[in-house]
Write a new protein. Sequence first.
Length: 238
Amino acid sequence: MIDDFGDVVPYSDRESSFGYAVTVTDDIDSFGNISKEDRRRHGHPRKERKASDESISYSEKLEVTRKIATLGAEHIGCYIDKKDPPDVWTIERRPFESRLMWKKRKNMIRKKVLSRSMDTALRGRTGEIEIIIDHHDSYSRIPELCESKSKRGVRNVKGDQYDSSRGKYHDALQTQDYVANAAYADRKGFHRRRNVLKMKMKKLKRGSRKPETLPGQMGRNPRYPNNSTTQVLALGPK
């Protein structure tokens, strides 16, 4: 599952990073039940509760984070440092660039960073993989992007974006929101919840990507995948 954190704006002390939080799990129902139970316990069984809401205390965020950690899922935070951004990050408005063109270019940049984050999270993974991405109005052709990450004989990737307020994955995406919020806090200097999740933070760097090496590959693509379990990559909100 995948959700974003930070914002697609030029560098400032308040917004020094932008990225995507990823959760890899093969038990999406248990993952989603955490936010479902949290809503019920606080009297909001059907209302979406975002981790960034001011009504949610730090102690509650920490409690939910600890419950997520008990599932043993893998968490990765892929981000760019706006002080030292990769080549895809050219966010500043250009001279004579209209606001509409600037908006379109920022949407394209967001998708490029998403693609780089997916490459990082998929490195070394094999088998059937489904990617669930928290909906954003700027995204387009997400199923095609997910399918482009497949490798014949290694992994089969499919996915799409889904609404966190309704639909079949809304519970899981609301849980993923807490993961993304922990990554966002970590980039602000508050590391406790990221440490609870044992989340790996990976900075997206300049230059070309390194060639991918898979388990048992020895420099060559294996003929068949060595893992048939369907894994779910969840990317979510700030």
